[in-house]
Every structure is written in C-alpha cells, then in structure tokens.
Write a protein that binds this ligand. Structure first.
Ligand code: NAD
Length: 302
C-alpha cells in the first residue's frame, strides 16, 4: 500500500488564494486591507529568513506589511513601548515578535504585552484560554496546530470518533493540537491521547492511532511497525541530520528528516505528510489566515 501524500506546499497555495480573494473582497467593500507587523530584534540569520518569508507572503496577498527591525541592544522598555505603539495602531491587525529575543529581554513579558486581539500567533494566555474553551471563543488558533488540522480536514480524513494520538506535549504544537482535536465541532470530535517522554508504552499508543500526530523533534522516533495500516500520519518534526549541496543553487543546505521513518511508513499509512514539504509550509499560511480573521473580527464580519 502506498499512502496518499499530504502536501503542505499544495494545500498552502489553495489557502493563500482563498485569503487573497478574501482580502480583495474586503478592500472593495470596506476600503481596508489586513495589516501585519513583524518585529525583529537583532540579526539572527534564521530569524531574518523567517521574517522575510512572512513579509513576502503578506505582500503577495495584498496586506499592508511592516518589517520593523530593531538593534540587538534595544532595551526591554523600548521594545514594550514599540509593541504598545502597534497595539494602538488602527491599521495593524496582527503583531508578531520574532523569537528568540536577546537574553536581556524577558520574552514572556513582551509576548504578553501584545493585545490579545492582535495576537495572530495565538500564544497570549488569553488566546490559549480561548482555545481551551473552544467553539466561538476561539479567535486565533496557534499557526502550526491550525495548519495540521487544516491538512487533516482538507485530505478528507474522518476526525469524528477517531483515535488521535499526539506525540509531544509542547505549548506550541502538542498541547494545542490535542486540545483542538478533542473539541466539539467539525474537524475535531476525536478521542485524544497525548504521549511524551514519560509515557510507558509509546509503541502501544501509536499503534491504536487512526490519526497519528508526531511532534517530538527526534528523527525516526516513530517506527513503521507502530503505524496502524491506513492511518493518517502527520509528521511535524523537522530535524537537521546533515548537509548537502543544493543542485539548484550549488550552496550548502541542510538535510531534513522528520520524526517518522517516512520511506517505510508510507507503505503502511493511508495518508502521510512528507518532510520537508508537509507541515512546514502551513505555519506561515495560517498566520496569514489569522491576520485576515483579525481584520474581519474588527469589522464585525468574522
Ligand atoms: P519541544 O522540544 O518543545 O517538544 C517536544 C515534545 O516531544 C516534548 O513534549 C517531549 O516530551 C516529547 N518527546 C521528545 N522526545 C520524546 C521521546 N523520545 N518519546 C516521547 N516523547 C518525546 O518541540 P516542539 O517545539 O513541539 O517541536 C517538535 C518538532 O516539530 C521539532 O522537530 C520542531 O522543529 C518541529 N516543528 C515544526 C514546525 C513546522 O513545521 N512548522 C513548527 C513547530 C515545530
């Protein structure tokens, strides 16, 4: 059996087209576009490339986008004042502070200073609480878990009554996706188990999963024989396992591997995400969805 490939790169294009047409409609009717600001402190090359991707995507969709770059030595007070400025800026619907921040700045304090109604990353405690309650309370589901749920739904996998096993209990992936899948409603209604480093029988739990979501950050952790035949496997793991020379650019690039042994797993699963090109592209995509949503909430049309 060869699993259906769940390609994030393809799903991304469909969703971005939907967002783009949503932006055009709002612009025509209300004369406004979503505004997204990304605040970048310092010159960490990985952070610069993440922010550039976010800004370029926002630009492509017709958003107003601002990349606010600040020096490495900006004080915490000045950074908090900057966040406050964007909290009060009517043209801005989403504020994103790129992590990590320099050591002299308290990350938690800065993230918690973002207006929860502009927290399109969904990490503010208010939004985490809203996610826990579920239903109409939810404003901004965190982007990677939201992307995972979109992929499952758009692949046509039945979630209602399904056994979902989530490997990993981080605040950015494991805990929120587990919470989302157990809510009442479409794309959810699942029976969820969360497993982690202290779980006694990892293999036994994985074998029961109709939908297996793996976010551990351990290359090849999930063995092919742990997968139930026909299961939907979402591999969130992105692990650098070496380097190679890119055929396209001739430059050194990382060799990436997921948490699941893909080559063998695809012969057992019903559907599976590749790494790279699976969950990866969904995170920025869902950030755009959340930013458009933020404007819709403001206009009272969400
Ligand atoms: P994390 O390190 O914060 O959490 C990992 C979780 O996995 C922990 O809860 C831990 O208990 C569990 N775990 C680790 N080893 C385990 C083991 N041997 N057995 C059982 N459980 C184990 O990581 P994270 O931020 O949740 O990210 C997980 C992976 O997903 C990473 O590879 C990360 O790079 C990737 N990731 C990808 C995206 C994306 O593609 N957009 C986004 C976020 C994270």
């Amino acid at each position: 059996m060869t699993a259906k490939l769940i390609k994030g790169t393809e799903i991304r294009e469909v969703i971005l087209e939907e967002v783009k047409s949503g932006v055009e409609q709002i612009k025509e009717k209300h004369g406004v576009v979503p505004g997204l600001v990304t605040i970048l402190v310092g010159e960490n090359p990985a952070s610069i490339s993440y922010v550039t991707l976010k800004i370029k995507t926002a630009e492509r969709l017709g958003f107003k986008e601002i990349q606010d770059s600040q020096p490495e030595d900006i004080s915490e007070e000045d950074l908090l004042a900057l966040v406050d400025k964007y909290n009060k800026d009517d043209a801005i619907n989403g504020i994103l502070v790129q992590l990590p921040l320099p050591k002299h700045i308290n990350e938690k304090k800065v993230l918690n200073a973002i207006d929860p109604d502009k927290d399109v990353d969904g990490f503010h405690p208010v939004n985490v609480g809203r996610l826990m309650i579920g239903g109409d309370e939810v404003k901004f589901p965190p982007c990677t878990p939201a992307g995972i749920q979109e992929m499952i739904v758009r692949t046509g996998v039945e979630t209602s009554g399904a056994e979902v096993v989530v490997v990993g209990r981080s605040n950015i992936v494991g805990k929120p996706i587990a919470n989302m899948m157990l809510q009442k409603g479409p794309g959810a209604n699942s029976t969820v188990t969360v497993v982690h480093t202290r779980t006694k029988d990892l293999e036994g739990h994985c074998k029961r999963a109709d939908i297996l979501i793996v976010a551990a950050g351990v290359p090849g952790l999930v063995k092919p024989e742990w997968i139930k035949p026909g299961a939907c496997v979402i591999d969130v793991g992105v692990n650098r396992v070496g380097e190679k020379i890119s055929e396209k650019t001739g430059k050194k690039i990382a060799i990436l591997k997921g948490d699941v042994d893909f080559d063998e797993a695809k012969e057992i699963a019903g559907s599976i995400t590749p790494v790279p090109g699976g969950v990866g592209p969904m995170t920025v995509t869902m950030l755009m969805v959340n930013t458009l949503k933020s404007l819709k909430f403001k206009l009272g049309i969400a």
